[in-house]
Design a protein around this ligand. Structure first.
Ligand SMILES: [Zn+2]
Length: 426
């Protein structure tokens, strides 16, 4: 279905009107007001056998979502790896102890569950971090994810980041492990250097490796409450050294919120100046940060408003889904968007538009793919049941229709019937 007319659709980037969108050869050819003279002309084409006509009935059209930071290997392990205290420390310990026991079939089944959910929810692109280590079976989750990358191509485009869990000393002594990673279809390397005793050294090794093979680098950064933790400064230095602008992504940056404002703003300006991509992960941070605060408990997320005010490329993403780090989640970017709005006071009319940029335009830029509803661009969109962006967020309705690469890749409609044939006071 490369040719279609999507009738009666709302496109928030074109303000609050109803439109008809004509798609020819998989691209937007015309987008006109549903109340214009041209709309009448378009409707006449309904008789053409080569054009499918879809009445969107006022649903919202957005570019398909990009979930730029997930952990497919950890997802849906909460029942097998619980977290009694709910803390980050226990999550890391329990996961490290038990993760190696999962068989490939189990890993694959859990990964597919997330991908199928994300697809039905309107996600077109996803980046996953996958833990790797040089021990026996240390690459099985990575190999499984790379296999699914091929299987899901054109449904959900997947980027795989090898998240290195080995101690830095071992990486220095033996490069064969690092070289074994690039034999897989990975897009980049990652880690959580602020957790290492040799944080600076680890950052240097990761950048040297990424730069040698021209891979992306995507790090978990300063996911702590202590304002003295600021590995981001070394990361900025390495980006300058290797000229790694746009290829570097930093997630979390929680300690920026703990610092004095003037200190944080100076780091934010450097991050933006070096075109480093930022990802906020509200679900995990709301769960894990501020646990020792006795009053005015912190939300734990980074300074999203300050990044937005400085025109940063900042995205919001799911992070962990039903695992010891975060027991909830459903691979729905609307939930991530709603949490971002609450956690960062993004509830003004313009703020809500920016929240949607953080799950569409900005993360697709980080993915190095342009997705926009404009004439000439590739038609790659999700239709969402709802009357406005605020309504879509508030009600999180299940209705979604996803169109990518000239096809409907997922359609989900749920009709609710209210039965009134009884007396509620009886
Ligand atoms: Zn993460």
């Amino acid at each position: 279905m490369n040719n279609a007319i999507i009738k009666n659709v709302k496109i928030p980037s074109l303000e609050n009107e109803v439109f008809h969108a004509v798609i020819m050869n998989g691209r937007y050819e015309k987008i006109v007001s549903a109340f214009s003279y041209h709309a009448e002309e378009m409707i006449k084409q309904e008789g053409s056998p080569n054009i499918e006509i879809i009445d969107a009935e006022g649903w919202i059209m957005l570019p398909t979502f990009t979930d730029i930071h997930t952990h497919l290997d950890k997802a849906y392990t909460y029942e097998q790896i619980p977290n009694k205290t709910g803390t980050l420390v226990e999550a890391i310990e329990n996961y490290k102890e038990l993760a190696g026991e999962f068989e490939v079939e189990n890993i694959k089944k859990r990964m597919k569950k997330v991908l199928e959910q994300a697809l039905a929810n309107g996600t077109g692109r996803m980046r996953t971090h996958i833990n790797v280590n040089s021990g026996p079976g240390g690459l099985k989750a990575l190999q499984t994810a790379c296999g699914l990358k091929a299987e899901y191509k054109n449904l959900i485009d997947l980027q795989v980041i090898a998240m290195i869990a080995d101690p830095i000393e071992e990486l220095k002594e033996d490069s064969s492990f690092l070289l074994s990673l690039i034999k897989n279809d990975i897009d980049g390397v990652g880690g959580a250097p602020h957790l290492s005793e040799n944080c600076t050294e680890e950052i240097k090794i990761l950048f040297a490796f990424a730069a040698e093979y021209q891979m992306l680098i995507d790090l978990h950064v300063d996911e702590q409450d202590d304002p003295a933790v600021r590995s981001i400064e070394e990361i900025i230095a390495q980006v300058k050294h290797y000229k790694y602008q746009r290829k570097t992504t930093v997630g979390h940056l929680c300690t920026l919120s703990a610092m004095e404002t003037n200190e944080a703003l100076s780091i934010i300006k450097e991050i933006v100046g070096e075109s480093i991509n930022i990802v906020t992960l509200p679900a995990a941070n709301l769960c894990l940060q501020g646990r020792d605060d006795q009053k005015n408990v912190r939300r734990g997320t980074t300074r999203v408003k300050e990044f937005l005010a400085n025109n940063a490329c900042i995205a919001a993403a799911s992070d962990n889904i039903n695992d010891p780090f975060h027991p909830f989640g459903n691979a729905d970017m609307l939930l991530t968007a709603l949490m971002s709005a609450y956690a960062n006071h993004l509830t003004g009319t313009e703020d809500i538009k920016k929240v949607f940029d953080m799950i569409t335009k900005n993360p697709s830029e980080i993915f190095h793919e342009k997705v926009d509803i404009k004439i000439g661009e590739k038609a790659d969109f999700v239709l969402l049941e709802g009357s406005s962006l605020a309504d879509v967020l508030a009600n999180q309705r299940p209705g979604r229709k996803v169109f990518r690469n000239g096809h409907w890749t997922s359609i989900r409609t749920v009709k609710q019937t209210v039965e009134r044939g009884y007396n509620i006071h009886a």
